[in-house]
Design a protein. Structure first.
Length: 352
């Protein structure tokens, strides 16, 4: 006799709507789509979602809500469900995509995506989601705002240069652009001071940032940006996942004897993370012997400087993650010290 063992609600989040599917799995590992529906991505829609799921679920069994992390559009529904004491798991998009590839799905739309997410929740071991510390959201807003100001500064600076270099420069335009550049500098400084004050006022964060900033090439803004964009590495469980989340993972496309495309990074990830470690990687190549050695070794191997610089970016991200988890300073001689510790331990064991 078939008996339902698990039930899951899969949610695909869009800007305005939530595509939702309710699926169950029985003791013979057969899954069944019970119902699908679309709700508004607002408070009234969240309430309707809860009421709808309660009508479908078996009351004596827990229900998992599995949500794909989609920009910022998943945050409100996840927070609402958490306040309602529901079990929530927020899954990175690359995980859902890789899982969908194993399901041989040909048609992709919001409804099918929600069904795939629900199936993922039925088959996989889930980690329960907890709301990130509010300081991470605040820092993310500040670092992104500063990044937008830098982009605008570059644009206006180029326009100003072109205007001054022209045959008939417009003095009024030049004056206004110079004022805009001064205003941007002022706002960047205001944001920096706000970030510094926030980090200083948050004891646990200040300690973590101080550790991370011991890495050559990594400063306050880089450390804070990486922490903010990963919500304190809330969904990250290993280095490989972090690299994939940043879109710095390498894609290969080889098939038979005819298809041999050059490997490239996926860029299917958080662009703010990639941007945050770009210039620090260049600084590390110039100022850190080991990073420089890695860069030179890779360039001598394949002759592509950009590819080698990306490897340094990945290395910096991994180091930031390691120091965050271990809560310690960067040790440039870690590998050497590790060998010494291992040899000492072996010698003491032999003596004993």
């Amino acid at each position: 006799m078939k008996q339902i063992l698990r039930q899951c609600v899969g949610i695909d989040c869009g800007k305005d709507d939530l595509a939702v599917s309710f699926k169950t799995m029985d003791n013979e590992h057969d899954s069944k789509l019970v119902a699908s529906k679309t709700f508004r991505n607002d408070k009234s829609g969240f309430t309707a979602l809860i009421n709808w799921s309660k009508k479908l679920r078996q009351k004596d069994m827990k229900t998992s809500f599995v949500i794909e992390a989609t920009g910022v559009y998943h945050e409100s529904v996840a927070l609402f469900l958490h306040t309602q004491k529901e079990e929530i798991s927020v899954i990175l998009p690359n995980k859902i995509k890789n899982f969908a590839g194993t399901e041989s799905i040909k048609t992709v739309n919001d409804k099918i995506s929600s069904q795939t997410i629900a199936q993922f929740g039925l088959e996989k071991k889930l980690v329960l989601w907890e709301p990130p510390h509010e300081v991470y959201n605040y820092l993310r807003q500040l670092t992104r705002e500063r990044g937008q100001l830098i982009d605008e500064q570059v644009l206006v600076g180029n326009q100003l240069h072109a205007e001054k270099a022209g045959a008939w420069p417009n003095k009024g335009s030049i004056k206004r652009m110079e004022k805009r550049l001064k205003l941007i500098d002022q706002q960047k400084e205001e944001i920096l001071k706000e970030i510094q004050s926030l980090v200083k006022a948050t004891d646990f964060l200040k300690e973590k940032v101080d550790h991370i900033c011991t890495i050559k090439g990594i400063g306050l803004l880089t450390a804070v940006t990486v922490i903010a964009e990963t919500n304190g590495f809330n969904l990250i469980t290993n280095k490989k996942q972090l690299v994939s989340y940043a879109g710095l993972d390498v894609q290969y496309k080889d098939s038979g004897t005819s298809v041999h495309k050059k490997p490239k990074i996926s860029k299917k990830g958080n662009k703010h993370l990639r941007k945050a470690v770009y210039f620090p990687a260049l600084a590390a190549i110039r100022g850190d012997d080991k990073m420089k050695g890695l860069f030179v070794r890779l360039v001598s191997k394949h002759g592509i400087k950009k590819k080698a610089a990306i490897a340094v970016q990945r290395k910096l991200l991994e180091l930031i993650y390691t120091l965050w988890k271990n809560n310690g300073d960067f040790d440039p001689n870690y590998n050497s010290n590790k060998k010494v510790r291992a040899a000492t331990g072996a010698a003491l064991k032999e003596i004993a």
